[in-house]
Design a protein around this ligand. Structure first.
Ligand SMILES: *Cc1c(COP(=O)(O)O)cnc(C)c1O
Length: 360
């Protein structure tokens, strides 16, 4: 018997997605780093990524990397959130490579690497407009000059991030800016830049259109593998979008008025509740809530169901128009968006169940 709420993860669908993306990138000389932060680095999924041909993994949190190591995953691992100054020792011992943008942190990584007798690889992040991590293009050369003499540190190349903060999209032009910068600095300082890491899932769109400039040879892909798309609106060909299905149990099912009775103030999260009109409707309460996942990040598999509202532990849906005879004790299933996968895999109240069948 499965215990609700339950997140069912279809490993064969994920294998298919990872294989499709790996092949797509491999064909044009791009290495895929499989990003595991979106699912709290569940080792079964990480293992599927590796079996699909992906040779290196990346995560933003050292605890996730540590749990992958503890689970016996031996692939190369990259820390993709620029490190906290206090964690440099753990960075060097757990990750082969990290993304960086602060010289003080890189110096501390150098000291940690020397102390541990290791060489730690870094990619220097360059901010090409998204305004999250990265040194500004005009500061890159100076920063590289400060990195080169550091012992225990090997500068492998540059990385860039798009979409994450300001929604700036990767384009042939801004990726070319990274390639040109690498060539210029490589020539001036006489050092080869062997890795140019051109962003995340949002760069897959350019891969499918053959628009990634020559020189970009790595992408860091999480969402594309999990959800089979290149952005929220575009599905990738030959991938599945429903590898993660959440089910929650019905704990109340009643016909009730749509409009609340009494004086309406703020809800339990300090928001003004959406006032609904519509007469008597059949409402189901599910035993899941914002502590597990926010309702914006889930959509019912039964498309005749509408999500009404949620509090920390209750989700209320309208099942009036559905042709399914739902019952108390039964369950309702949902597809999840990326933040939905992130929060349900983080919630300790959601059990995880793996399936391996692809229904035809
Ligand atoms: C999260 C993240 C990625 C992966 O993003 P997806 O959209 O899941 O592909 C890549 N690089 C960095 C630096 C990230 O923080």
């Amino acid at each position: 018997m499965k215990k609700n709420p339950c997140l069912e993860i279809n490993l064969e669908k994920l294998r298919h997605n990872a294989t499709t993306i790996h092949k797509l990138c491999d064909a044009i000389g791009i290495e895929v780093i499989g990003i595991t932060k979106g699912f709290t680095a569940i080792p079964e999924i990480a293992q599927i990524m590796i079996e699909s041909g992906i040779t290196a993994l990346g995560d933003s949190r050292l605890d996730n990397i540590q749990s992958l190591r503890a689970a016996g995953i031996e692939a190369e691992m990259m820390l993709i959130r620029i490190p906290m100054l206090h964690e440099v020792d753990r960075v060097v011992s757990l990750a082969c490579c990290s993304l960086n943008s602060e010289i003080s942190v890189i110096k501390a990584l150098s000291a940690a690497a020397v102390q541990q007798g290791k060489t730690h690889d870094i990619l220097l992040m360059v901010d090409l407009g998204d305004l999250r991590e990265g040194v500004l293009p005009e500061e890159v050369e100076n920063t590289v000059q400060q990195i080169l003499p550091l012992k225990g540190i090997r500068l492998r190349g540059f990385g860039v991030n798009f979409n994450c903060l300001s929604g700036v999209k990767p384009t042939t032009e801004n990726l070319l800016e990274l390639v040109c910068l690498a060539e210029k600095i490589g020539d001036t300082l006489g050092i080869p830049m062997d890795t140019l890491s051109g962003g995340s899932t949002s760069s897959l769109e350019l891969v499918t259109k053959g628009m990634v400039p020559k020189g970009i040879n790595q992408l860091r892909i999480g969402e594309g593998i999990l959800l089979g798309h290149s952005d929220i609106f575009t599905d990738l060909e030959d991938t599945f979008q429903d590898s993660f299905i959440l089910s929650a149990e019905i704990i109340e099912l009643k016909h009730k008025e749509s409009t609340p009775k009494g004086i309406v103030g703020l809800d339990s999260f300090g928001q003004i509740p959406n006032q609904k009109v519509g007469g008597i409707r059949k409402r189901a309460i599910l035993a899941i809530g914002k502590q597990d996942v926010y309702p914006d990040h889930m959509s019912p598999v039964d498309d005749k169901i509408g999500i009404l509202a949620a509090s920390s532990d209750h989700l209320i849906v309208d099942v009036t128009d559905s042709s399914v005879e739902y019952q108390v004790g039964g369950e309702i299933r949902f597809k999840l968006s990326y933040p939905g996968i992130l929060s349900t895999t983080t919630s300790k109240f959601v059990t995880i169940h793996f399936s391996r069948e692809i229904e035809s």
